[in-house]
Design a protein around this ligand. Structure first.
Ligand SMILES: Cc1ncc(COP(=O)(O)O)c(C=O)c1O
Length: 387
């Protein structure tokens, strides 16, 4: 009865691609314990470490005490408790947009936004390295789906020119690519959107709280604003909670309230998750040292890796891919680090393209310089063992 599933799992094991769940107990924003051993964590998107900020914890506990534990109903029924209104107002202001809508996760935000905005008569132009939630949203929409080479505006323009007659066109890119840590040429992408009358969906999941002088993300980084841009993000990374959001012109938000199936047919977030989002934004604004400290760590690690001749990219983001290529060698490096108490996940196909297996190191404002030194030194040792 289960042969086909067993066969697939065996094939994955043979290729070194089998995945299993690791149960971890967080002991700080940058350390966790597994089976009694503590690991230094370079695999979390808790970029500012706000999961353990005393005010954020207090906001979460107070929300539970005041409003209970669960959302109770869809946002369109009775799930939109008052905290949502405040969070949406704060997020719109933080990201520099007229309006905002919060979903239950970044994943459901992407599938809801894309499948609502696009139809069979639409064309989606999507960066080749876009996140799985974007791909899934595009498939669900039944729009024509064209993928342009990563960050290649010439290829994007070629596709836009060829398919300019679609009734609605949506260009999709990420502010900081989740597996590569690079930043797209957004000003050029926006120019193309204007020229070919398209809208741009920008996924700022890994940019919010990280890039831009005050951590407001990609639009602050490029000092850009446009009603053509729809900016989504998540509360689950720098904002230390759970939930996705989209910021845009009010007409788009009203449209998504009416057409976004993943919003309409799913229960609202627990009040504590919403309260954490509000407090995390407040902390980012009132205590700019969190974003500054993360940005300092990014520069520091880049310098340490470059001194050792370890290649990565030049972007000011918290994601450092160390591309090894071969899946097994990548696992060996990750395992070597784990033996020394450092967790840096091996990312393998199909999450990344074949032949580009890598370590994905993500930094937090809460890592100390000693943590980063230990990582750089141990990584150098690990890489020398496989070459
Ligand atoms: C680029 C990108 N978009 C969307 C998501 C989905 O966000 P969430 O984890 O909040 O569902 C993620 C994270 O997993 C991501 O990396």
């Amino acid at each position: 009865m289960f042969e086909r599933f067993e066969k697939t799992l065996e094939e994955l094991k043979d290729k070194g691609l089998f995945r299993s769940i690791r149960y971890c107990e967080p002991v700080s924003p940058v350390r966790f314990r597994v089976e009694g051993r503590v690991f230094l964590n370079f695999g979390s998107n808790n970029y500012l470490g706000l999961t353990h900020h005393p005010e954020v914890i207090k906001a979460s506990v107070e929300a539970v005490k005041k409003f209970g534990t669960g959302g109770g109903a869809s946002r369109l029924i009775t799930g939109s408790h008052a905290l949502y209104e405040r969070l949406e107002k704060e997020l719109a202001e933080f990201k520099g947009f007229p309006s905002c809508l919060v979903f239950s996760s970044g994943y459901t935000a992407n599938i809801g936004i894309i499948s609502a905005l696009c139809s069979r008569k639409s064309a989606i132009f999507c960066d080749k390295l876009a996140h799985a939630s974007i791909i899934d949203g595009a498939l669900l929409s039944r729009a024509k789906f064209f993928r342009f080479f990563h960050n290649d505006t010439n290829h994007l323009e070629e596709l836009l020119k060829k398919h300019k007659d679609y009734e609605f066109k949506l260009i999709i890119t990420e502010g900081v690519f989740s597996m590569d840590g690079d930043i797209p040429p957004l000003p050029e992408i926006l120019k193309l959107a204007e020229e070919y009358d398209a809208l741009v969906l920008l996924d700022d999941a890994h940019a919010t709280g990280v890039i831009g002088d005050s951590g407001r993300g990609t639009l602050e980084f490029f000092k850009l604003r446009s009603p053509r841009i729809i900016c989504m993000g998540t509360l689950s990374k720098a904002l230390a909670s759970l939930g996705g959001f989209v910021c845009a012109e009010k007409v788009i938000i009203d449209y998504l309230v009416n057409k976004g199936r993943s919003l309409i047919f799913s229960t609202a977030l627990p009040p504590s998750a919403v309260a954490v989002g509000i407090k995390a934004l407040e902390v980012i604004k009132k205590e700019p040292e969190y974003v500054k400290r993360l940005q300092k760590n990014i520069k520091y690690l880049r310098r340490r890796l470059s001194d050792k001749g370890i290649k990565t990219h030049e972007f000011p983001t918290a994601i450092f891919p160390i591309i090894i290529g071969d899946t097994r060698k990548t696992l060996e490096v990750s395992e070597y680090l784990a033996k020394k108490g450092i967790f840096a996940p091996a990312i393998r196909p199909p999450t990344v393209p074949e032949g580009t297996a890598r370590l994905r190191i993500s930094l937090s404002a809460m890592h100390s310089e000693e943590d980063l030194d230990l990582l750089a030194d141990t990584l150098e040792e690990a890489l020398s063992k496989i070459s």
